[in-house]
Write a protein that binds this ligand. Structure first.
Ligand SMILES: [Zn+2]
Length: 421
């Protein structure tokens, strides 16, 4: 198969096989035909999980059981392929659609951003596929930043050479203005890395690096002067703004090869005045961030570490939390404890799921069923005198009041009997 700039070459030298079909290597199909790439690597897998969810849907599984299946049997089918090639957006939305349809037996009943949350935050720990794709890609930084000099890195280092090679990952770049002619795989990696550190890093030291800096433009382009970089001019403070153009130039001119006063003055002139006063310097050796007072060293981090952070930022409390707080005057801390109760007192997944539905107001009482036209009236299944809202069903209905009173008596005697043994 011809690759790179020769991809359209039709010659078939050396009497060997030159296939027109996609090439399969270690389970992944490679081809320049984007439609075939999508079909072979993603849609075929999607079809296989469509069959599985179809079979499992009729088994009456609990929401917890379904999430276990999704995380242990369905998502792993895509982990490998999504870590090696870009995952098309249209596929992501199709897969999400399929998984959530399976989870809820139809339309979503709770916002997706709350479903992906931790149990203690009212979630179901459902996988967030978008964050997973980003995490899998960011985990490549570990391999890229490692000292191991694999030949596979040469594609990347060659394309980044004019920006200082892997040094670019330290810079305040913006992929949309960087004249990069690189594969989507690395383009996404660069973009997601810059978004990730912007979101999570408590220190934004990269802003003070001169090169490839989106805030430092000459003719609307970012700059990288190799000879300056090699002479140790890396940070804005290296331009010595405490001196004028002439004095600062005479200080460095003998250190930098092939430069002149105009280039030096032009560079100094391009620095926005707000940045000129910065004296910050960052280390440009190890690629790391500071997150919540901890060092986040990318040479040690795996996709799971990125995933946990990404989801923690994306996940929300269930919308019903406000209602619980207003109606029952729970604090957020108390609400968190309430979300955990089903997981500490019940083993049975259906019991946990029942509690989850109550807490999210998605239990289908008669009032709800009537509203969507499933029942002819909304009256209580037990007393028939009041509309069967969740509150009535669990607390106000005379039958429920009797039940809770009897249960309390039972529990006390039960407790007593236990103590006897
Ligand atoms: Zn009732």
């Amino acid at each position: 198969m011809w690759i790179g700039s020769s991809r359209n070459c039709k010659a078939q030298p050396f009497g060997i096989k030159w296939p027109n079909e996609p090439i399969k290597a270690l389970g992944i199909y490679y081809t320049y035909d984007q439609k075939l790439l999508l079909e072979k690597n993603f849609i075929e897998r999607l079809d296989s999980i469509k069959n599985l969810t179809g079979i499992w849907s009729s088994r009456g599984l609990s929401i917890y059981g379904k999430i276990t299946l999704i995380k242990s049997l369905l998502i792993p089918k895509f982990v490998y392929v999504s870590s090696l090639i870009p995952t098309p957006k249209e596929f992501v939305s199709q897969l999400n659609q399929l998984l959530f349809q399976f989870l809820w037996n139809g339309r979503d009943k709770v916002t997706r951003r709350s479903v992906i949350n931790e149990y203690s935050n009212g979630g179901l720990k459902m996988i967030d596929f978008d964050s997973m794709i980003i995490s899998l890609r960011l985990a490549w930084l570990k391999r890229i930043a490692s000292s191991n000099d694999g030949t596979w890195k040469r594609y990347l280092t060659h394309h980044l050479e004019r920006f200082g090679g892997l040094f670019l990952f330290h810079c305040n770049y913006d992929v949309s203005i960087l004249p990069l002619n690189i594969s989507l795989f690395y383009l996404e990696l660069l973009q997601w890395w810059s978004e990730f550190r912007d979101t999570f890093s408590s220190e934004k030291d990269w802003r003070y690096i001169l090169w490839n800096n989106k805030q430092i433009l000459i003719n609307n382009k970012t700059v990288y002067y190799k000879s300056y970089f090699e002479a140790g001019v890396i940070h804005i403070s290296d331009l010595s703004f405490d001196l004028n153009n002439k004095d600062s130039f005479s200080l460095v001119s003998n250190k930098i090869s092939k430069t002149n006063f105009l280039v030096w003055a032009g560079l100094r002139h391009s620095i926005p005045s707000i940045l000129k006063i910065c004296t910050h310097k960052s280390t440009t050796g190890e690629l790391s961030l500071k997150i919540d007072d901890n060092i986040f060293d990318v040479t040690k981090k795996k996709s799971k570490d990125y995933y946990t952070l990404l989801v923690s930022r994306k996940a929300l409390f269930p919308t019903n939390v406000n209602k619980l707080q207003n109606e029952f005057h729970f604090t957020l801390e108390e609400a968190k404890q309430i979300f955990m109760i089903p997981h500490s007192v019940a083993l049975e997944a259906y019991v946990k799921a029942f509690q989850y539905k109550i807490l999210n107001s998605i239990l289908y009482t008669n009032a709800k069923l009537y509203k969507i036209g499933f029942k002819l009236n909304d009256s209580s299944s037990f007393c028939s005198s009041e509309p069967e809202t969740l509150y009535h069903f669990l607390y106000l209905c005379p039958f429920s009041v009797d039940f809770w009173r009897d249960f309390e008596v039972f529990w006390k005697t039960f407790d007593f009997r236990c103590k006897m043994f």
